[in-house]
Design a binder for this molecule. Sequence first.
Ligand code: GLC
Length: 591
Amino acid sequence: MAATSEAILGLGLCSKKSNFLVSSKHYSGYRNEKVKSLRRKCYNVRCGPNVSSDRFRSLSCKCRKIESVSDAVGEKVDPFVKGELSANGNGAFSSSLHIGGVNSIEEEAWELLRASMVYYCGNPVGTIAANDPSDSSILNYDQVFIRDFIPSGIAFLLKGEYDIVRNFILHTLQLQSWEKTMDCHSPGQGLMPASFKVRTVPLDGDDSATEDILDPDFGEAAIGRVAPVDSGLWWIILLRAYGKCTGDLSVQERVDVQTGIKMILKLCLADGFDMFPTLLVTDGSCMIDRRMGIHGHPLEIQALFYSALLSAREMLVREDASADLITALNNRLVALSFHVREYYWIDMRKLNEIYRYKTEEYSYDAVNKFNIYPDQIPPWLVEWMPNKGGYMIGNLQPAHMDFRFFSLGNLWSIVSSLATNDQSHAILDLYEAKWADLIGDMPLKICYPALEGQEWRIITGSDPKNTPWSYHNGGSWPTLLWQLTVASIKMNRPEIAEKAVKVAERRISKDKWAEYYDTKRGRFIGKQARLFQTWSIAGYIVAKQLLDNPDAAKILVNVEDTELVNAFSCMISANPRRKRSRKGINQTFIV
Ligand code: GLC
């Protein structure tokens, strides 16, 4: 990109107070600018001896460290520098807090979470993905990932430390306006990056000052070049949680924030070729960010989409200009919940129905609408499906049901009320019935079962990181504990999460907060798992905080409102599976 097109935004001295330079006026102005990175001159970043607070003491460590390397990578705090962790003879390190009981695990988790904080112009703006000094191949784990920050943000909110969350929300909002291209093609405006990095670089022509640069990655550098569809959805969910937790609605009411919400919604609600109300995405567009055969309409995205729509509806300021958007949003909510509840749900009864499906039904009244061939029912599922319990399948497309069980999609279907009350209980029943498979030695399986043999070769492209029962392909991810906790608290069954947390506590700290575990029961630390993975740490903290104070889960839960329920029951009665008639199906519901 030509130097002239690099707009320098928000010029001015950084103050140590939260100081957002993006007023609504700035906002509309720079939306159309060609910008490469967000720069601010930070004359006070090169910390002097006069810094007083703890936060700035750690910043001064960082500054010294940064001066010693050529590429000042983020503002990663090395746990060694902070003196919290000490190396053992093998070069591995352990925290002095490892010894002891549950409280010390929590204390250690907080120390590590704080050590993962990333600063921009002296203000905390996020947490680094992994803080593993023993790892030589950092890849992009030195960045602040939007999805990874969500449990960190919730942990800080529940602790009453709001600044970092507010800063994160507002800075990532600025990144939304980036010019982003891959081989001359730009994705839609409104896309939020997968991650960003803070670089501190010497200021041109001024030896006494440095400059902080926010450098986002929208997938244009990510392995596989995937656009992160989940980032914007998580951003909306966190924004709502911020408002609910702090009681401060001024952030969500800001003109730039309202515009940011609308841009995400417009991107998601744009008309396309699709016949389904579910969002159509490529493989790898969410937590599973590489090829795993989830392209199409993966459940995780649909659950986050539903949650984001409900959250946005709560936050959008009612004004004439947004009336059409709100109507579109409401119509989509009804259609989406109907579609997922009806067609993604399986239990013994539904499985038996699919088993007996007739195919090639050409009509409006087809029962087997998607022309699913019963032979698709995989042999493992016939054995695995318990009599009590059920779940949402991973994906639904023409002539294709992905019967794998995906944890995040199912748990967030509960949290967002995309699943009905009965379905939500049945999903938790499944966790109980299949404890060894889904929780095993380390919670939680990301998906079940793993792709093996020829399926693994064809679907993952023989991905050596996603070998059977590893990483995304049936690995176990401790971070998912927090979503399990919110879901089980919502359904008034916290004992499920309590039990899972106890399982995690046996190893999580001893294993240095690994990113994921391998093998069928999650017995080994993952082959390529990072240690000191921040969202493993934050996920554990949030699970503990919520179990201590279950009421706080409300900041994340979406409660279904009665108008939606009514609209939904109209759809149900118009469904040919229940009643072979098209009457009512074209009705538009203004909720
Ligand atoms: C891996 C995970 C992704 C996560 C990232 C950073 O790529 O698949 O979900 O956001 O690591 O932790």
